[in-house]
Write a protein that binds this ligand. Structure first.
Ligand code: GN1
Ligand code: MG
Length: 361
């Protein structure tokens, strides 16, 4: 994205279009995000990836619904106000077809990439759970489904099998071990099918990208302000946000690491995330969800592994990559993490029968 295009977009959302300073922020794999500032005003400006988000209007419409609901109902949680363009629209499309939108920049805030200790992980979990809890009165069916089948494990599994069929023989050879390990875990897809039951596993408003860098923290108090990056906010199931936090915060190294020997689960973080989430969601979960709470991390790690491997097999068309084989390495990383979580849950549940881990449910 050239600087000129960003400046041109920023000028659509800022009053004084001629003295704008632009700097890239965030490190998302999908959109391009910038801080655009004049002497009086700072906004977060985003070029939405319309290859992935086919209907960018739906993103701004969901954002508006969530923003209005939280503001009207005074739930004690505020998200950055959307900023409309000088033409009064929440979306502006440039001559190359890029869709831009903006939100207010929250001063004295930051988004860390890692949870420094388990207390940080607990507050992040509390924040994402409070978000869903606060939106209980907003019928999830009113929100647009931004990416159909986004956390639909059956659909992700089907895409994976399709990518195996279409892969080049070179990429297939590199992936044989992972393909068979992922196929061996199809029981997770069978569990996912059970969650279609709306009584036991009701749909709620979920964030669907609950990484710590999608939480704004207050620079002075270091407490979470609110979740951001709300593009994938849509109806979802209990495992999505909890599972993605386990995937991205209870791990010893991040999803890009090739330090295979040191990929693992941090038990104290796992417990803190679970406790923080249960506190924030405050008795919303059904008996069936509580009984299956440990499936959350397994499903999300498995799904992310399938997605990275499918992208590798498809020739790296979805995620930004920095070197050939990056997606294959990410898939391997997620597979090792999945094995480590399986082991941790197995050990934990056998110990809890003898009373040691009773607190973990
Ligand atoms: C993508 O771009 P980013 O980092 O916010 C992806 C998530 C994945 C994540 C893996 C729309 O999110 O689902 O978990 O990469 N978002 C989309 O790092 O596909
Ligand atoms: Mg995201």
């Amino acid at each position: 994205m050239g600087n000129q295009s960003v400046l041109q977009a920023a000028a659509q959302f800022l009053e004084e279009g001629d003295s704008i300073k632009i700097s890239p922020i965030g490190n998302g794999l999908i959109h391009q995000t910038f801080l655009a500032a004049t002497a009086n005003e700072s906004i977060v400006l985003q070029a939405l990836n319309t290859r992935i988000f086919k209907n960018p209007e739906d993103i701004v419409s969901n954002y508006w619904q969530v923003y209005s609901y939280l503001t009207l109902h005074d739930k004690g949680i505020e998200i950055p106000a959307p900023v409309s363009s000088l033409y009064g629209k929440l979306l502006w499309t440039d001559s190359d077809g890029n869709a831009w939108r903006a939100t207010q920049y929250v001063e004295n805030s930051y988004s860390p990439d890692t949870a420094e200790n388990e207390e940080a992980a607990r507050t992040v979990a509390l924040s994402f759970a409070t978000f869903t809890q606060s939106l209980t009165g907003l019928d999830p069916r009113n929100l647009k489904t931004i990416i159909p089948g986004f956390h639909d494990l059956s659909a992700r599994y089907a895409q994976f099998e399709e990518s195996v069929l279409n892969a080049s023989s070179e990429r297939l050879i590199q992936s044989t071990h992972l393909i068979s390990e992922f196929r061996n875990r199809k029981h997770l897809v069978e569990f996912y099918e059970l969650t279609r039951n709306e009584t036991d596993f009701p749909s709620r408003v979920m964030h669907h990208d609950s990484k710590i860098n999608n939480i704004l923290f207050n620079s002075k108090t270091h407490h979470p302000i609110c979740p951001v990056d709300l593009d994938t906010v849509m109806p979802g199931k209990f495992f999505s946000d909890l599972g993605d936090m386990i995937r991205s915060m209870a791990c010893t190294v991040d999803e890009n690491s090739r330090d295979w020997e040191n990929i693992g689960i941090r038990p104290d973080y796992y417990r803190a995330i679970l406790e923080g989430y249960l506190q924030g969601i405050d008795s919303l979960l059904t008996e069936a969800e509580l009984k299956n709470i440990h499936q959350a991390g397994l499903i999300l790690i498995y799904m992310q592994g399938l997605r990275f491997l499918s992208d590798y097999l498809n020739g790296d068309i979805y995620y930004k990559t920095s070197y050939p084989g990056h997606n294959l390495d990410r898939a391997r990383n997620q597979f090792i993490l999945l094995e480590k979580l399986e082991e941790f849950i197995y050990l934990t549940s056998s110990k809890s029968r003898s009373g040691n881990f009773g607190k973990l449910l």
